[in-house]
Ligand binder design. Structure first.
Ligand code: ADP
Ligand code: MG
Length: 581
């Protein structure tokens, strides 16, 4: 085939593909334009997961009537005049291609009015074809409607994920921009229902609560770091609050949400050795750097940036996070040492005296308990023991471990892991026999979740019902818990629901049975007694009896050991009794 120049409409669809990948990309571009226009009220409406409609309304500067046609043309921007400007960009947009791209793959309507105009002006673009400009009554600002996205590129429609995932992407995007711009009043309405609404008070913690829930927002530690024109600020989770993946690490660079593996790595490194392997913090970090050290023109959707002084950025990020962590964290645990003879030389950890002074114990993430109720419940009945010998309880040490004696030596039992196992097997057994005992709460508890999580929870309500929870949805993103499994009486219903919705993979659809087990395991982990809680004598023996009845008493549902066995033989050898005399 000879070389030909592509017809304009094909060329623009190709170009559009780089910028507009999915409905959330449309939301991103429109929101960025509204922010660039200085808006302090931004409303996003979505229908049909953004495929039917994305509309963004703002109260920014507006577009003059005579510039409407230009606004939707490729390479037309009001934000850049000279090539040098590219290297000190202060606006989110600069390429002048978003509206043109969107217009070539949808039916686009732009309505806008500047403050000094008598009326608004309206322009329609249909698959790249421009209509004529008409007049419209409207307040100053801009309203952009994108209908039937990809209607003329059916191949792209096929690449979209499920509606749930596309909606979740939009919600994730809107909530993160709301965090980065707390002075803006944000509203996200999905299928007519408000999904996110902020007051524009400027308080990021308020937005944090709508993103992660009030309980998490309260625990988040503030980062505030300034050095030579760098300002690094935001929020990080204490070491007691973690996630199973790094997806909850959000980084903004000069007001732009970017994916930067190196910055993410620097953040994780700041937590080094403080988190268990495979656990990651929740972080929302804003990097404000001099414009000339950041190249924002390296990615089609502007989702990545390049730093001129990469190493400096990473070391400052690491220090900023570490400093915030150390300022609030409890004293580190001294390394565990084998105390029965194989002791390694004591290695003292270096502790910064300033840190020692300011160390503050974080509230332990433990379920609220009603004091009169025992925290450990086991179901009675004739069951086989799962390979554990009968144990005699000796007592509790360090409010964390049970000590027990068996016919063949000593057992040290991790009370949290053991309780997790007992709860898990009991709940699964009841569920299998379809006789889950439920306990009504004296006062129903309302739980609010961020929109992404609320959706996940709504989808899991049948599984929860099967487990003995009585949960109903109550207004947008709010649920009422009326009853919980009898086994979990005294536990915190809110913690249980949160456990369920954390870290769900996108489109994660395990087999129904596996899903139940996973959800049950998560809830049990949250509801089990924690290390550091002292247990009454009855509670200790109930836990021990429960463990004896388990099918797999030696590991928790997540596979960690529940106990260490020191055999009589090992003790004899360690004390030099064997073979001596
Ligand atoms: P860019 O943002 O890179 O300039 P866009 O295609 O997104 O390119 O927008 C083109 C131009 O249209 C912008 O430069 C701006 O002048 C104008 N514009 C777009 N959206 C808005 C808005 N919401 N309010 C005011 N002006 C806008
Ligand atoms: Mg733009």
């Amino acid at each position: 085939m000879p070389i030909r120049i592509l017809p304009e409409h094909i060329a623009s669809q190709i170009a559009a593909g780089e910028v507009i990948e999915r409905p959330a990309s449309v939301v991103k571009e429109l929101v960025e334009n509204a922010l660039d226009a200085g808006a302090d009220t931004i409303t996003i409406e979505v229908l049909g997961a953004g495929k039917r409609l994305v509309a963004v309304t703002d109260n920014g500067t507006g577009i003059p009537r005579e510039e409407l046609g230009l606004a939707v043309s490729r390479h037309a921007t009001s934000k850049l005049t000279r090539a040098e400007d590219l290297f000190r960009i202060a606006t989110l947009g600069f390429r002048g291609e978003a509206l043109a791209s969107i217009g070539s793959v949808s039916r686009l309507t732009v309505e806008s009015r500047t403050a000094d105009a008598e009326a608004g002006a309206k322009l329609r673009v249909d698959g790249g074809g421009l209509g004529s400009v008409g007049a419209i009554g409207m307040p100053p600002g801009t309203r952009i409607m994108v209908q039937d996205l990809f209607y003329n590129v059916p191949a792209r429609l096929k690449f979209l994920k499920t509606d749930t995932t596309e909606r979740r992407n939009i919600e994730a995007l809107a909530t993160r921009y709301a965090l980065a711009y707390p002075h803006v009043r944000w509203k996200l309405v999905i299928d007519g229902k408000p999904s996110l609404q902020t007051s524009g008070s400027g308080d990021p913690r308020e937005v944090l609560a709508s993103l992660y829930g009030v309980a998490v927002a309260k625990q988040m530690l503030a980062v505030e770091f300034r050095e030579e024109g760098y300002h690094i600020h935001g929020f990080i989770s204490p070491i007691s609050l973690t996630r199973a993946n790094r997806r909850e690490i959000t980084v903004f660079v000069n007001g732009r949400w970017v994916k930067d593996t190196a910055v993410t790595a620097a953040i994780i490194r700041a937590y080094h050795t403080l988190l268990m392997v495979g656990r990651f913090p929740i972080v929302v970090l804003f990097l404000e750097l001099p414009a000339e050290v950041v190249d924002v023109n390296v990615h089609p959707a502007k989702a990545e940036v390049r730093f001129r002084e990469g190493d400096l950025v990473f070391s400052r990020v690491q220090r900023a996070v570490k400093r915030a962590l150390l300022a609030y964290s409890p004293m580190p645990e001294i390394e565990p040492r084998g105390w029965w003879g194989t002791a390694r030389p004591a290695e003292e950890k270096e502790i910064d005296p300033a840190w020692r002074m300011t160390a503050e114990i974080q509230p332990v993430d433990e379920p609220e308990t009603v004091p009169s109720q025992p925290r450990i419940h086991i179901h009675t009945g004739e069951e086989e023991t799962g390979g554990l010998p009968l144990l005699r309880l000796v007592g509790q040490v360090a409010a964390t471990y049970l000590v027990a004696e068996g016919p063949d030596g000593l057992y040290l039992i991790d009370q949290h892991a053991a309780h997790e196992r007992v709860l898990f097997e009991s709940l699964m057994a009841q569920q299998g026999e379809d006789q889950v005992a439920s306990q009504a709460l004296l006062t129903p508890v309302n739980v609010s979740l961020p929109p992404e999580k609320a959706r996940t929870l709504a989808e899991s309500l049948p599984v929860l019902a099967g487990l003995g929870f009585e949960v109903e949805s109550f207004g947008p993103n709010t649920f009422t818990v009326r009853a919980i499994p009898a086994l979990l009486t005294g536990g915190d219903p809110e913690a249980a629901l949160n456990a369920l919705v954390e870290d769900f993979e996108e489109d994660e659809t395990p087999l129904a049975s596996a899903k139940e087990a996973m959800i049950t395991a998560r809830i049990c982990k949250r509801m089990a007694v924690k290390g550091g809680q002292s247990l009454s004598g009855e509670e200790q023996s109930a836990l021990l009896r429960g463990l004896e009845r388990c099918q797999s008493p030696r590991t928790c549902p997540h596979g960690r050991p529940t106990m260490i066995h020191l055999s009589a033989d090992l003790l004899e050898r360690q004390f030099g009794r064997r073979g001596a005399r």
